[in-house]
Design a protein around this ligand. Structure first.
Ligand SMILES: Cc1ncc(COP(=O)(O)O)c(C=O)c1O
Length: 365
């Protein structure tokens, strides 16, 4: 058996190479490289797919989070609650706006933000909660929204890992003021290049986001506020429009692989993310935990399976946030997850034979 990597993008790109190249040719002929019609076409299609009124394409997911904070007028002196066990960029969005991320532990089983811990983290400075649909599985949106409504806080969804995931049958991205996406190449919907985006039902946020990403300008060379060059590229937009047509099929293949992992991996040493009744996730990552992580990863590697770690250090213990004075022991579930997590291979092009091999090797550990 050849090496099976945690993620391999080559199969997907072989499958759609012709279509992508044709799309690139159209961008090239129109020289529409920055923003423009190919980005607008993707924005329309993506908003429709999510079921949101509007979508805004930007340069990457980190920037989407930054702009969400700016559009909500969140800045210096404000606090934003986020889970401690997310990719660090959720926190960057808050920090780039000048606000302070306030971390909350995750649930021991679902690994999503622990709803019972949010209220204790609220202070008079709190402006918003960013819920993260971690590994492509929705967090408990209704429960978090109820807390936000009670305390008059904004809810923002970090859907960077969750394009097409469903909460109680509804595609995520419509529950908060805004939702933020990464279209990094490795995401379930990834551009040929760096890209990100937001969805919102609110037209005034839409207009503000469009201006902020374009130097604070609506009319060319007239700048209404200090803005940014955060536009999406035309080639990225065109590649995303091609790939969006395949997303549902790719997500369903991931769901089928996940179902096999969930039902056929029966090694008691290996624990999986609990799947709540509300969740129809898209398995961006398939993370498990095991007590002896190093031995497990070596056993996988000895059998031609390359695992990965998402994420080995929780946000509150990152050096970048040392000034916030968190310490080991503050968020035990996030810390346990960081110390014991291993990501198994997960992408739509995995063959049934490769899935069999992963299941057998995990069960042999
Ligand atoms: C949860 C989460 N938030 C934000 C981001 C940031 O996205 P990007 O890498 O496109 O800046 C990512 C992607 O890596 C992510 O996984």
């Amino acid at each position: 058996m050849e090496k099976i990597n945690c993620l391999d993008l080559s199969g997907q790109h072989k499958q759609i190479k012709q279509e992508i190249f044709e799309a690139f040719e159209k961008v090239y002929e129109k020289t529409a490289f920055s923003g423009g019609p190919f980005v607008e076409e993707f924005e329309k299609a993506f908003a429709k797919y999510v079921g949101s009124n509007h979508a805004v394409g930007v340069s990457n997911g980190t920037i989407a989070l930054h702009l969400a904070m700016l559009a909500l007028n969140i800045g210096v002196g404000d606090e934003v609650i986020i889970p401690a066990n997310t990719f660090i960029a959720t926190a960057w969005g808050v920090s780039h706006a000048g606000a302070t991320p306030v971390f909350v532990d995750c649930d021991a089983d679902t690994w999503e933000i622990d709803v019972t811990k949010i209220e204790a983290a609220i202070t008079p400075k709190t402006k918003a909660v960013i819920g993260v649909h971690l590994y492509g599985q929705p967090f408990d949106v209704e429960a978090v929204k109820a807390i936000c409504d009670k305390h008059k806080l904004y809810l923002v969804e970090d859907a960077a890992q969750a394009q097409g995931a469903r909460y109680k049958g509804i595609t995520v991205g419509v529950f908060g003021e805004m939702a933020c996406y990464s279209f990094y190449p490795g995401k379930n919907l990834g551009a040929c290049g760096e890209a990100g985006g937001l969805t919102t039902n609110n037209e005034s946020y839409l207009k503000h986001l469009q201006s902020l990403r374009n130097h604070g300008s609506v009319v060319r060379y007239y700048h209404d506020e200090i803005g940014y060059n955060y536009r999406m590229g035309g080639l990225e937009g065109a590649s995303l429009s091609v790939k969006l047509k395949y997303l549902e099929g790719w997500n369903n293949r991931r769901r089928a692989i996940a179902t096999r992992y969930q039902s056929e991996i029966n090694n008691p040493k290996v624990k999986m993310q609990a799947k709540p009744t509300w969740s129809d996730g898209i398995y961006h990552l398939f993370v498990v935990t095991t007590d002896n992580k190093d031995a497990f990863v070596k056993h996988l590697a000895d059998n031609n399976i390359n695992a990965a770690y998402h994420y080995p250090v929780p946000c509150h213990l990152q050096k970048a946030y040392a000034h916030l004075n968190y310490k080991t022991g503050d968020f035990p579930n996030s810390e346990y997850l960081a110390a014991h997590c291993v990501s198994l291979p997960m992408y739509a092009e995995l063959t049934d034979e490769q899935v069999n091999h992963v299941i057998n090797i995990v069960n042999q550990f």
